[in-house]
Design a protein around this ligand. Structure first.
Ligand SMILES: C[S@@+](CC[C@H](N)C(=O)[O-])C[C@H]1O[C@@H](n2cnc3c(N)ncnc32)[C@H](O)[C@@H]1O
Length: 310
């Protein structure tokens, strides 16, 4: 897909009704030949809309007025490109815990959680967050994760987590001001609720830091999994990670994780794995697929704002 198409599609499928600012920036970029030429000079993995917009925000550039954004980006391109090359899309979206919870709550307890592509590890605390599924609230305090759930009953309990560990090529340290600033830059401009819940989750993680290991999801998974306690159910999970991993490597990862004891939860773009007989998604916007042990179960909105059980 051309870079212009990637931006046009991002506007239509991910930003419409979710972020008017990013929708208009994406459309403007898709129509600006010079901007597209600059992006095309970067490696393909570095051309993503989220990465460009976060880099500009990190540099305190304007992200609400498309003209001001294009001018800033043209003027400051060496700085913008340097940030894009040095950094990666590592959005740590705790809202995705609301997607994990219905599955985690039904597995044999207690759980040993191992997240691959964990970023700062904030999704390793699904047992400490509060949830709102329509009328039903589970837990109290902050962050409160709101998820429109259809097709099944909301979970009625938190999981019991006795071990938590994350693996990432570049683990982020939520207590480090620069890492924190990058994670906040990755949150879309209008999404104050996401910024607030990142901060609330950061307080929980900072008070009880999870084990975060720098490594690759294929090469370093077995050694980390071996450190999990034997008397808990090992759950390897990941969300919005495998789109960053080459196709052949995804297959190797899937074979590897299937051979581990315990369970495997994936929340990924439907193009990442070829599932048989997926029902049609609820509408034209982007949905990820939640799967347990390779069996697809639900369509999920990318930031955990809703899920439709099959
Ligand atoms: C978009 S972030 C998602 C973070 C987290 N899963 C969430 O949902 O909030 C993707 C993460 O996957 C990590 N990642 C990408 N390729 C990886 C690999 N081969 N091994 C380990 N981590 C990887 C990135 O560094 C990044 O932190």
């Amino acid at each position: 897909m051309s870079t212009a198409m990637i931006y046009a599609e991002f506007a239509a499928r991910e930003c419409r009704d979710v972020s008017p600012a990013y929708e208009s920036l994406s459309v403007a970029v898709s129509r600006d030949r010079e901007m597209i030429a600059r992006l095309d000079a970067l490696p393909p993995a570095k051309r993503q809309p989220n990465l460009l917009f976060a880099a500009v925000r990190f540099l305190d550039g304007p992200v609400t007025d498309p003209r001001a954004f294009l001018d800033f980006t043209a003027e400051r391109w060496p700085d913008v490109a340097a940030e894009m090359l040095a950094r990666a899309t590592q959005t740590n979206e705790v809202g995705r815990c609301a997607l994990l919870l219905p599955v985690l709550a039904e597995l044999p307890q207690p759980l040993a959680l191992l997240e691959v592509g964990a970023s700062a590890g904030l999704n390793l605390f699904p047992d400490r967050y509060a949830y709102q599924y329509g009328e039903v609230r589970l837990g109290h305090g902050e962050p409160l994760l709101d998820c429109a759930l259809t097709g099944r009953r909301p979970p009625t309990r938190h999981p019991e987590v006795v071990w938590r560990a994350g693996l990432d090529l570049h683990p982020r340290d939520i207590t480090d001001p620069a890492d924190r600033r990058w994670l906040e830059s990755l949150i879309w401009p209008e999404h104050d609720h996401r910024r607030e819940r990142l901060r609330a989750a950061a307080r929980i993680a900072a008070a009880d830091p999870p084990l975060l290991v720098e490594g690759d999801l294929v090469d370093d998974l077995p050694a980390l999994a071996e450190r999990a306690p034997q008397d808990a159910t090992l759950v390897v999970f990941h969300s919005s990670v495998l789109y960053q991993v080459p196709d052949a490597r995804r297959k190797t990862f899937a074979d590897l994780v299937r051979d581990l004891p315990g369970h495997w939860i994936a929340i990924e773009n439907p193009t990442v794995f070829e599932y048989d007989n997926l029902p049609n998604p609820p509408d034209e916007t982007l949905y990820n697929v939640l799967a347990l042990d390779g069996r697809p179960l639900a369509w999920c909105r990318p930031h955990g704002q809703g899920m439709v059980w099959f």
